[in-house]
Design a protein around this ligand. Structure first.
Ligand SMILES: NC(=O)c1ccc[n+]([C@@H]2O[C@H](COP(=O)([O-])OP(=O)(O)OC[C@H]3O[C@@H](n4cnc5c(N)ncnc54)[C@H](O)[C@@H]3O)[C@@H](O)[C@H]2O)c1
Length: 349
């Protein structure tokens, strides 16, 4: 936790702010000083619900009245990020909700703008900070898992994409809006891959949408397997719905069933199991009780990183724009790989 809980000013009062940012900040005891949304009524309703002292009429007013040590927390559609960044002060501390722009081109523009304005900016790729991932990082730091050599994220659920109207007009859906979290998580654990292979596929029951299922291979060379498999179209009841993150190393392994996506939006409980290879006995899987989940607890971690960097306790946020641009680059590479297609079968004589 940072030593100083800097005043937070929120820009955007939509679903994610109400469902995750503010509940997480309440849990963390953060100091929310003000909120602005182009829809004043939404900002007012949110402020009333979370006891936020000031609702601003404009972004200019929010900026003018913000404290010198403010943190700006932006959660608006990706297309709105650049015009807001242009107005925020030089050297401001900023948390951007993912996506980092709507595509890689915008991500690069965002990065350049932040560099020019010498702003300290982090991106809210928060799965990295889900409590179960913090437990994995603890095991890695204690060298309980050894060298990692296999990560698999496997999601077989029914996602009601129609809840997000704007997706019908989006040329990219699954990887850009969903698997991006898993790509970011794998990068966070293994660093940048050498390349990305992918095939992302549409579904006949969702003809209005671009691809909604993906197989992504992040290429870390000969000895590490890193795969993401997602099917959001499993409309056959909850019995066989599943979503897990499996991590294997030379000394141990972890299996996390994460419940957020099962029977969406209701979700189910997570479970965390781990095993260590011990010379004197066979592998024995054990359960660990983890307090908290992806939503909303992970949202604390994204903000903590920014605040730690703002007070100089760390050189830069773990989720800095300088780092997260590579998550956007991997997303771009995945779509390009899918468009290019696989290797054609050799001719048969
Ligand atoms: N990290 C995650 O897991 C996660 C989950 C959901 C959404 N998101 C992202 O969060 C962002 C917001 O999503 P949401 O679900 O809250 O959407 P939403 O549509 O519910 O809310 C967006 C809000 O932004 C406001 N807004 C739009 N332009 C604005 C501007 N220029 N200035 C101020 N307010 C403005 C809108 O009035 C609206 O209230 C999106 O970029 C989305 O991709 C991230």
């Amino acid at each position: 936790m940072p030593s100083q809980k800097r005043p937070i000013y929120i820009i955007g009062a939509g679903g994610i702010v109400n469902e995750a940012h503010l509940p997480a900040y309440q849990l963390a005891g953060f100091n929310i000083q003000g909120i602005f949304d182009i829809d004043f009524a939404k900002a007012k309703t949110t402020a009333d619900k979370f006891s936020i002292p000031v609702v601003f009429n404009s972004l200019q007013q929010l900026i003018a009245q913000s404290a010198a040590n403010a943190v700006f927390d932006i959660a608006v559609p990706g297309s709105q990020i650049i015009p807001i960044l242009e107005q925020l002060p030089t050297a401001a501390a900023i948390l951007l909700q993912k996506l980092m722009g709507e595509n890689f081109e915008q991500a690069q523009q965002i990065l350049q703008l932040i560099r020019q304005k010498k702003q300290l900016a982090a991106v809210n790729f928060q799965l990295r900070y889900a409590p179960y991932m913090l437990a994995v990082k603890y095991l890695i730091a204690e060298n309980k898992l050894g060298e990692l050599n296999d990560i698999e994220i496997n999601v077989n659920v029914y996602t009601p994409w129609h809840l997000w109207d704007f997706l019908a007009a989006s040329p990219r859906v699954e990887i850009l809006y969903h698997s991006i979290h898993y790509i970011d998580l794998i990068r966070n654990l293994l660093g940048n891959p050498a390349s990305v292979y992918a095939k992302t596929t549409r579904h006949p029951s969702m003809p209005q949408l671009a691809s909604v299922r993906s197989n992504i291979i992040m290429d870390y060379g000969e000895w590490i397997r890193a795969n993401i498999l997602t099917n959001h179209c499993h409309n056959y009841g909850t019995g066989r719905q599943q979503s897990y993150i499996k991590i294997e190393g030379s000394r141990g392994a972890v299996w996390i069933n994460f419940g957020t996506l099962i029977n969406y939006p209701f979700g189910t409980t997570d479970s965390f199991e781990y095993v260590f290879l011990e010379t004197d006995k066979g592998p024995e899987w054990k359960k660990m009780n983890i307090q908290g989940s992806w939503f909303p607890h992970a949202f604390i971690g994204s903000m903590v990183q920014l605040m730690l960097a703002a007070e100089g306790a760390i050189a830069r946020p773990d989720n800095s724009v300088e780092d997260c641009i590579y998550t956007m680059a991997c997303v771009e590479a995945a779509y390009l790989s899918s468009e290019q297609g696989g290797v054609l079968l050799p001719a048969i004589n």
